[in-house]
Design a protein around this ligand. Sequence first.
Ligand code: NAD
Length: 474
Amino acid sequence: MDFFSDYTLTIGGKARATARSLDVKNPATGQPFAAAPAASAQDLDDAVAAAQAALPAWKALPIAERRNVINAAANAIKANADDLARLFTLEQGRPLEAARQEILFGSFWLKAVAKLDLPVEVVEDTPARRVEIHHEPLGVVCAIVPWNFPFLLATWKIGPALLAGNTMVMKPSPFTPLLALKLAELWREILPPGVFNVLSGGDELGPLMTAHPGFAKISFTGSTATGKRVMEAAARDLKSITLELGGNDVAIIMPDVDIDQVAREIFHGAFYNSAQVCVATKRLYIHDDIYDALRDRLHALALEARVDDGMKPGTHYGPVQNEPLHRRLLGLIDEARAEGLTLLTGRETPDNGGYFVPLTLVDNPPEHARVVAEEAFGPVLPLLRFTDVEDVIRRANDSNYGLAGAIWSKNVDNAVAIAKRLETGTVWINQNLQNAPHIPFAGQKESGIGVENGMEGLKSFTQIKSIFIPKAQA
Ligand code: NAD
């Protein structure tokens, strides 16, 4: 199989070419390097019909057999990790080794999810009756994925949805369609036809999908603004939804930390994947006692870090993924400079038409500045001073978002006490960006609805059925 040409939709286990196509650009050059198919409304109808046709046999399989199929699918990813990683870097921009890690993590994730089980639960067992809770598949799932983790976030949906007995039509972002298209091609001989269908397309395809009456559930990861539109569309026929949305996450650094030790970890938590991470640190609150020292250490790390084409060995951070984001980030930096804010900039970046943004720290801007109040979703990080714990908790919670947060302190009990007061779905103490297949992930406030991962995430791809079984005849 050639991973670098001939991109086609997968519908009912077969390749489908389209009349229209989308240019896919390499973010390191800004130049198109591939054409992805642009699915039509007819392609969507056909994919939903194929997924519906595959549903009865797939959900009738014992879970152990679906588990075997998912394991085989995960093995195929691992066996092709090098090609998938190259394709990842070409379309997404992330340095090659980090791209490879996401591919392998996706394979690991599918296998870990496949180990889960959905046993019948007995909630009452008396002489009169037994009441069982069954978790049945919902039907055909519409999965919509963003461009920042185009592979891993797809596996977060595919694994539990398919294990639970659903079938799926997935749409990758128009900025990174190629990995998902090739994943479906790779699996054409592994998954029964119609169980997993992939459609790429332009901006019109997402709304067509969320409005389609053939879906039972929408599992969406992306921005809060789009999430609200998805929820409106789902309301028309009350589709089940899971929304994993944006965040403006804080890290709170207490004065007792070892500055040199934590600086690298904080830097990683803020800038990994060029800061295009939903749970990246996006507001860094540093205690006044250590503010200057930690700021200077972080600036030194920014000056060391090489931002360049992810295909070049030695690149630490790639370009940002797309042109609109690049334009918005440069605008945010210009605006901060025009407002007289102090910017501490990292190493120079290539000037070749690629979407490069220098790693930028903003030195103690006011809380209302756009760099603080908005999710930047790129390497522009505000550093904010605090002295009082009550004050920093108030500032941290003063956001419509509530995805994740982190606290760094030698006093773990104290950090746990602060963690309990943060209005976020995840809090890390002395660590960052951690997640695992058995740990539920959910956003509070406008960061999401529902849960991914863990047993809660798996169950969110099921419909509960309570069966009342009498023991004695009336
Ligand atoms: P986006 O909302 O622009 O796009 C996400 C997906 O939705 C894409 O596939 C897009 O084509 C599709 N889409 C666009 N309009 C649609 C519509 N009206 N109906 C249905 N689908 C539509 O987001 P993005 O820019 O691709 O991703 C970045 C955002 O995603 C950030 O806000 C980030 O924080 C968030 N994110 C959240 C998580 C999480 O798990 N909470 C993970 C990664 C990214």
